[in-house]
Design a protein around this ligand. Structure first.
Ligand code: 13P
Length: 346
Protein backbone atom coordinates (compact mmCIF):
# COMPACT_ATOMS: atom_id res chain seq x y z
CA UNK A 1 0.00 0.00 0.00
CA UNK A 2 1.37 3.32 -1.05
CA UNK A 3 0.97 6.82 0.35
CA UNK A 4 -1.12 7.97 -2.68
CA UNK A 5 -3.80 5.38 -1.86
CA UNK A 6 -3.95 6.58 1.76
CA UNK A 7 -4.01 10.18 0.58
CA UNK A 8 -6.90 9.43 -1.73
CA UNK A 9 -8.84 7.88 1.20
CA UNK A 10 -8.10 10.98 3.32
CA UNK A 11 -9.31 13.30 0.56
CA UNK A 12 -12.49 11.27 -0.01
CA UNK A 13 -13.27 11.19 3.72
CA UNK A 14 -12.84 14.97 3.86
CA UNK A 15 -14.95 15.71 0.76
CA UNK A 16 -16.63 19.09 0.95
CA UNK A 17 -20.02 19.11 2.69
CA UNK A 18 -19.62 15.57 4.00
CA UNK A 19 -18.72 13.88 7.26
CA UNK A 20 -18.39 10.47 8.85
CA UNK A 21 -21.09 8.36 10.49
CA UNK A 22 -19.81 6.52 13.56
CA UNK A 23 -21.86 3.31 13.77
CA UNK A 24 -19.24 1.33 15.65
CA UNK A 25 -20.85 0.89 19.05
CA UNK A 26 -19.35 -2.01 20.97
CA UNK A 27 -21.63 -4.75 22.38
CA UNK A 28 -22.11 -3.01 25.78
CA UNK A 29 -22.72 0.40 24.16
CA UNK A 30 -25.29 -0.74 21.59
CA UNK A 31 -26.99 -2.75 24.33
CA UNK A 32 -27.28 0.44 26.42
CA UNK A 33 -28.71 2.43 23.48
CA UNK A 34 -31.17 -0.36 22.57
CA UNK A 35 -32.23 -1.00 26.17
CA UNK A 36 -33.34 2.62 26.59
CA UNK A 37 -35.90 1.90 23.83
CA UNK A 38 -36.77 -1.66 24.86
CA UNK A 39 -35.03 -3.20 21.88
CA UNK A 40 -33.18 -6.40 22.70
CA UNK A 41 -29.57 -6.46 21.61
CA UNK A 42 -29.61 -9.65 19.54
CA UNK A 43 -27.31 -10.23 16.59
CA UNK A 44 -30.36 -10.05 14.33
CA UNK A 45 -31.52 -6.68 15.71
CA UNK A 46 -28.04 -5.20 15.61
CA UNK A 47 -27.71 -6.36 12.01
CA UNK A 48 -31.12 -5.01 11.00
CA UNK A 49 -30.34 -1.66 12.64
CA UNK A 50 -26.97 -1.23 10.96
CA UNK A 51 -28.44 -2.35 7.63
CA UNK A 52 -31.18 0.28 8.01
CA UNK A 53 -28.55 2.96 8.62
CA UNK A 54 -26.27 2.12 5.70
CA UNK A 55 -29.08 1.66 3.17
CA UNK A 56 -30.50 5.13 3.79
CA UNK A 57 -31.32 6.56 0.36
CA UNK A 58 -29.09 9.50 -0.49
CA UNK A 59 -26.76 8.95 2.48
CA UNK A 60 -23.67 9.46 0.33
CA UNK A 61 -24.69 13.07 -0.38
CA UNK A 62 -23.54 13.96 3.13
CA UNK A 63 -21.66 10.94 4.46
CA UNK A 64 -18.21 10.09 3.13
CA UNK A 65 -17.39 7.18 5.44
CA UNK A 66 -18.99 4.90 8.02
CA UNK A 67 -17.13 3.47 11.01
CA UNK A 68 -18.24 -0.12 11.60
CA UNK A 69 -17.83 -2.55 14.48
CA UNK A 70 -16.15 -5.97 14.12
CA UNK A 71 -19.51 -7.77 14.00
CA UNK A 72 -20.91 -5.44 11.31
CA UNK A 73 -17.90 -5.49 9.01
CA UNK A 74 -18.52 -9.22 8.47
CA UNK A 75 -22.30 -8.95 8.20
CA UNK A 76 -24.18 -9.70 4.98
CA UNK A 77 -27.20 -7.68 3.85
CA UNK A 78 -30.44 -9.51 4.53
CA UNK A 79 -32.26 -7.83 1.62
CA UNK A 80 -31.35 -8.10 -2.06
CA UNK A 81 -28.05 -9.66 -3.09
CA UNK A 82 -26.28 -10.91 0.04
CA UNK A 83 -23.22 -8.67 -0.23
CA UNK A 84 -21.41 -7.57 2.90
CA UNK A 85 -22.05 -4.21 4.58
CA UNK A 86 -18.62 -2.88 3.48
CA UNK A 87 -19.44 -3.92 -0.10
CA UNK A 88 -22.83 -2.21 0.11
CA UNK A 89 -21.15 0.98 1.34
CA UNK A 90 -18.47 0.87 -1.34
CA UNK A 91 -21.21 0.53 -4.00
CA UNK A 92 -22.58 3.88 -2.80
CA UNK A 93 -19.07 5.35 -2.80
CA UNK A 94 -19.08 5.55 0.98
CA UNK A 95 -15.80 4.42 2.51
CA UNK A 96 -16.03 1.60 5.06
CA UNK A 97 -13.98 2.05 8.23
CA UNK A 98 -13.53 -0.04 11.35
CA UNK A 99 -13.12 0.53 15.08
CA UNK A 100 -10.08 -1.56 16.00
CA UNK A 101 -9.59 -0.88 19.70
CA UNK A 102 -11.00 -3.34 22.20
CA UNK A 103 -12.47 -0.86 24.64
CA UNK A 104 -11.09 0.48 27.89
CA UNK A 105 -9.77 -1.09 31.09
CA UNK A 106 -8.78 0.47 34.42
CA UNK A 107 -5.30 1.97 34.29
CA UNK A 108 -3.15 0.17 36.85
CA UNK A 109 -2.18 2.38 39.82
CA UNK A 110 -4.50 5.20 38.69
CA UNK A 111 -7.98 4.55 40.08
CA UNK A 112 -10.78 5.99 37.95
CA UNK A 113 -8.62 6.38 34.84
CA UNK A 114 -8.76 4.28 31.70
CA UNK A 115 -6.38 2.81 29.16
CA UNK A 116 -7.58 1.58 25.78
CA UNK A 117 -6.80 -2.03 24.94
CA UNK A 118 -6.26 -3.88 21.67
CA UNK A 119 -2.63 -3.59 20.57
CA UNK A 120 -1.90 -7.32 20.92
CA UNK A 121 -2.42 -9.01 17.56
CA UNK A 122 -3.44 -5.71 15.98
CA UNK A 123 -1.16 -6.10 12.93
CA UNK A 124 -2.93 -9.36 12.01
CA UNK A 125 -6.41 -7.97 12.70
CA UNK A 126 -5.70 -4.94 10.51
CA UNK A 127 -4.71 -7.16 7.58
CA UNK A 128 -8.00 -9.05 8.03
CA UNK A 129 -10.07 -5.85 8.13
CA UNK A 130 -8.41 -4.61 4.95
CA UNK A 131 -9.34 -7.90 3.26
CA UNK A 132 -12.93 -7.31 4.38
CA UNK A 133 -12.95 -3.92 2.64
CA UNK A 134 -12.09 -1.42 5.39
CA UNK A 135 -10.02 1.56 4.25
CA UNK A 136 -9.71 3.45 7.51
CA UNK A 137 -9.56 2.67 11.22
CA UNK A 138 -10.43 4.26 14.54
CA UNK A 139 -8.97 3.96 18.05
CA UNK A 140 -10.63 5.80 20.93
CA UNK A 141 -8.77 6.83 24.06
CA UNK A 142 -10.83 8.09 27.00
CA UNK A 143 -9.65 10.90 29.24
CA UNK A 144 -11.73 11.77 32.30
CA UNK A 145 -11.65 15.19 33.92
CA UNK A 146 -11.87 15.08 37.72
CA UNK A 147 -10.32 16.62 40.78
CA UNK A 148 -7.04 14.75 40.37
CA UNK A 149 -7.55 13.65 36.79
CA UNK A 150 -6.32 13.29 34.22
CA UNK A 151 -2.86 12.37 35.42
CA UNK A 152 0.17 12.74 33.17
CA UNK A 153 0.53 8.95 33.34
CA UNK A 154 -2.94 8.41 31.88
CA UNK A 155 -2.45 10.96 29.11
CA UNK A 156 0.93 9.51 28.16
CA UNK A 157 -0.10 5.84 28.23
CA UNK A 158 -3.07 6.57 25.96
CA UNK A 159 -1.02 8.77 23.65
CA UNK A 160 1.54 5.99 23.19
CA UNK A 161 -1.18 3.45 22.40
CA UNK A 162 -2.77 5.84 19.87
CA UNK A 163 0.61 6.33 18.17
CA UNK A 164 1.28 2.59 17.91
CA UNK A 165 -2.21 2.04 16.52
CA UNK A 166 -1.72 4.83 13.96
CA UNK A 167 1.67 3.51 12.82
CA UNK A 168 0.31 -0.04 12.43
CA UNK A 169 -2.73 1.23 10.50
CA UNK A 170 -0.63 3.17 8.01
CA UNK A 171 1.65 0.14 7.63
CA UNK A 172 -1.46 -1.93 6.76
CA UNK A 173 -2.67 0.61 4.18
CA UNK A 174 -5.43 2.01 6.38
CA UNK A 175 -5.94 5.66 7.32
CA UNK A 176 -6.00 5.97 11.12
CA UNK A 177 -8.51 8.16 12.92
CA UNK A 178 -6.73 9.05 16.13
CA UNK A 179 -9.36 9.74 18.78
CA UNK A 180 -8.51 11.13 22.18
CA UNK A 181 -11.94 11.79 23.73
CA UNK A 182 -12.02 14.12 26.71
CA UNK A 183 -15.29 13.18 28.39
CA UNK A 184 -17.93 15.87 28.91
CA UNK A 185 -18.99 14.29 32.23
CA UNK A 186 -18.22 16.39 35.28
CA UNK A 187 -18.69 19.87 36.66
CA UNK A 188 -15.47 21.33 35.21
CA UNK A 189 -15.39 24.70 33.48
CA UNK A 190 -14.76 25.26 29.79
CA UNK A 191 -11.30 26.61 30.70
CA UNK A 192 -10.44 23.30 32.35
CA UNK A 193 -11.68 21.39 29.30
CA UNK A 194 -9.43 23.51 27.11
CA UNK A 195 -6.43 23.01 29.39
CA UNK A 196 -6.88 19.22 29.49
CA UNK A 197 -7.54 18.95 25.74
CA UNK A 198 -4.39 20.96 25.02
CA UNK A 199 -2.34 18.70 27.27
CA UNK A 200 -3.80 15.56 25.72
CA UNK A 201 -3.30 16.74 22.13
CA UNK A 202 0.27 17.86 22.83
CA UNK A 203 1.07 14.44 24.24
CA UNK A 204 -0.68 12.64 21.35
CA UNK A 205 1.23 14.60 18.69
CA UNK A 206 4.55 14.12 20.52
CA UNK A 207 3.89 10.35 20.52
CA UNK A 208 2.80 10.34 16.85
CA UNK A 209 5.97 12.24 15.93
CA UNK A 210 8.16 9.84 17.89
CA UNK A 211 6.45 6.85 16.25
CA UNK A 212 7.08 8.36 12.76
CA UNK A 213 3.39 8.49 11.92
CA UNK A 214 2.72 10.46 8.72
CA UNK A 215 0.50 13.28 9.95
CA UNK A 216 -0.68 13.96 6.38
CA UNK A 217 -2.19 10.47 6.22
CA UNK A 218 -4.33 10.46 9.36
CA UNK A 219 -7.32 12.28 10.81
CA UNK A 220 -7.80 13.61 14.33
CA UNK A 221 -11.11 12.96 16.04
CA UNK A 222 -11.84 14.80 19.25
CA UNK A 223 -14.49 16.82 21.05
CA UNK A 224 -15.36 20.48 21.00
CA UNK A 225 -14.16 22.58 23.94
CA UNK A 226 -17.20 22.67 26.24
CA UNK A 227 -18.17 23.21 29.85
CA UNK A 228 -18.59 19.94 31.77
CA UNK A 229 -22.13 18.57 31.49
CA UNK A 230 -22.78 19.30 35.18
CA UNK A 231 -21.05 22.70 35.28
CA UNK A 232 -23.55 25.37 36.42
CA UNK A 233 -21.94 27.91 34.09
CA UNK A 234 -22.52 26.62 30.53
CA UNK A 235 -20.34 28.38 27.96
CA UNK A 236 -22.16 30.03 25.09
CA UNK A 237 -21.73 29.40 21.40
CA UNK A 238 -19.18 32.17 20.80
CA UNK A 239 -17.03 31.02 23.68
CA UNK A 240 -17.16 27.37 22.55
CA UNK A 241 -16.15 28.38 19.03
CA UNK A 242 -13.30 30.57 20.19
CA UNK A 243 -11.94 28.09 22.73
CA UNK A 244 -12.16 25.15 20.31
CA UNK A 245 -10.27 26.93 17.53
CA UNK A 246 -7.70 28.40 19.94
CA UNK A 247 -7.05 24.96 21.42
CA UNK A 248 -6.54 23.35 18.00
CA UNK A 249 -4.33 26.18 16.75
CA UNK A 250 -2.09 25.67 19.77
CA UNK A 251 -1.82 21.92 19.62
CA UNK A 252 -2.70 20.43 16.21
CA UNK A 253 0.04 20.60 13.55
CA UNK A 254 -1.00 22.13 10.23
CA UNK A 255 0.15 18.94 8.46
CA UNK A 256 -2.92 17.11 9.78
CA UNK A 257 -5.44 17.24 6.91
CA UNK A 258 -8.62 17.11 8.94
CA UNK A 259 -10.21 17.22 12.37
CA UNK A 260 -13.55 15.44 12.74
CA UNK A 261 -15.66 16.05 15.83
CA UNK A 262 -17.30 13.43 18.01
CA UNK A 263 -20.63 14.48 19.52
CA UNK A 264 -19.92 13.07 22.99
CA UNK A 265 -23.45 13.30 24.41
CA UNK A 266 -24.41 16.79 23.20
CA UNK A 267 -27.98 17.20 21.98
CA UNK A 268 -28.37 16.56 18.24
CA UNK A 269 -29.28 20.10 17.27
CA UNK A 270 -26.84 21.76 19.66
CA UNK A 271 -24.01 19.66 18.21
CA UNK A 272 -24.98 20.81 14.71
CA UNK A 273 -25.23 24.49 15.76
CA UNK A 274 -21.79 24.35 17.34
CA UNK A 275 -20.29 22.55 14.35
CA UNK A 276 -21.76 25.23 12.09
CA UNK A 277 -20.35 28.08 14.20
CA UNK A 278 -16.89 26.53 14.40
CA UNK A 279 -16.73 25.77 10.67
CA UNK A 280 -18.00 29.24 9.83
CA UNK A 281 -15.41 30.99 11.98
CA UNK A 282 -12.57 28.92 10.63
CA UNK A 283 -9.59 30.36 8.87
CA UNK A 284 -7.74 27.21 9.78
CA UNK A 285 -5.21 24.90 8.14
CA UNK A 286 -7.30 21.72 8.55
CA UNK A 287 -10.63 20.71 7.11
CA UNK A 288 -13.18 20.56 9.92
CA UNK A 289 -16.03 18.08 9.83
CA UNK A 290 -17.97 15.58 11.94
CA UNK A 291 -17.72 11.94 12.89
CA UNK A 292 -20.82 11.79 15.03
CA UNK A 293 -22.38 8.71 16.54
CA UNK A 294 -25.28 9.69 18.78
CA UNK A 295 -25.90 13.13 17.24
CA UNK A 296 -26.53 11.48 13.86
CA UNK A 297 -28.25 8.30 14.96
CA UNK A 298 -30.44 9.23 17.94
CA UNK A 299 -33.58 10.42 16.10
CA UNK A 300 -33.40 7.49 13.67
CA UNK A 301 -32.98 4.93 16.46
CA UNK A 302 -35.93 6.38 18.40
CA UNK A 303 -38.14 6.08 15.30
CA UNK A 304 -36.89 2.66 14.20
CA UNK A 305 -37.49 0.93 17.57
CA UNK A 306 -36.66 -2.45 16.07
CA UNK A 307 -39.57 -2.56 13.61
CA UNK A 308 -39.24 -3.04 9.83
CA UNK A 309 -42.34 -0.84 9.44
CA UNK A 310 -40.37 2.15 10.70
CA UNK A 311 -37.35 1.79 8.43
CA UNK A 312 -38.36 4.45 5.92
CA UNK A 313 -39.14 7.09 8.57
CA UNK A 314 -35.97 6.27 10.50
CA UNK A 315 -33.89 6.61 7.34
CA UNK A 316 -35.48 9.98 6.60
CA UNK A 317 -34.50 11.12 10.11
CA UNK A 318 -30.90 10.00 9.60
CA UNK A 319 -30.77 11.66 6.20
CA UNK A 320 -32.03 14.89 7.73
CA UNK A 321 -29.38 14.93 10.47
CA UNK A 322 -26.68 14.05 7.93
CA UNK A 323 -27.88 16.87 5.68
CA UNK A 324 -27.96 19.41 8.54
CA UNK A 325 -24.46 18.43 9.63
CA UNK A 326 -23.18 18.39 6.05
CA UNK A 327 -24.37 21.98 5.66
CA UNK A 328 -22.87 22.87 9.04
CA UNK A 329 -19.41 21.83 7.82
CA UNK A 330 -19.80 24.64 5.28
CA UNK A 331 -21.24 27.08 7.84
CA UNK A 332 -24.55 26.97 5.95
CA UNK A 333 -26.83 25.41 8.57
CA UNK A 334 -29.88 27.39 9.64
CA UNK A 335 -33.04 27.04 11.75
CA UNK A 336 -35.07 26.91 8.51
CA UNK A 337 -32.94 24.00 7.38
CA UNK A 338 -33.42 22.27 10.74
CA UNK A 339 -37.18 22.64 10.46
CA UNK A 340 -37.39 21.68 6.82
CA UNK A 341 -38.32 18.12 5.98
CA UNK A 342 -35.55 15.86 4.82
CA UNK A 343 -35.11 15.91 1.07
CA UNK A 344 -34.52 12.17 1.00
CA UNK A 345 -35.89 10.53 -2.11
CA UNK A 346 -38.28 7.87 -0.88
P1 13P B 1 -20.52 10.13 19.68
O1 13P B 1 -20.65 11.12 18.55
O2 13P B 1 -21.81 9.51 20.10
O3 13P B 1 -19.70 10.68 20.81
O4 13P B 1 -19.70 8.89 19.10
C1 13P B 1 -18.60 9.14 18.33
C2 13P B 1 -17.61 8.07 18.49
O5 13P B 1 -17.26 7.41 17.55
C3 13P B 1 -17.04 7.83 19.82
O6 13P B 1 -15.94 6.99 19.71
Amino acid sequence: MTAPALESTVQSLLASGKGILAADESFPTIEKRFKALNISSTEENRGAYREMLVTTPGLSEFISGVILFDETVRQRMSHGIPITIPEALAQQEIIPGIKVDKGTASLANFPGEKITQGLDGLRERLAGYRELGARFTKWRAVITIGEDAPTGACIKANANALALFAALSQEAGLVPIVEPEILMNGSHTIARCEEVTNAALESVFAALFEQHVALELMLLKTGMILSGAECPQQAELGEVTEATLRCFRRSVPAAVPGIVFLSGGQGDEVATQRLNAICRAGDVPWRLSFSFGRALQSPALKIWKGSPDNVEAAQAALHHRAQCNGLATQGKYSVEMENAKSTVAQ
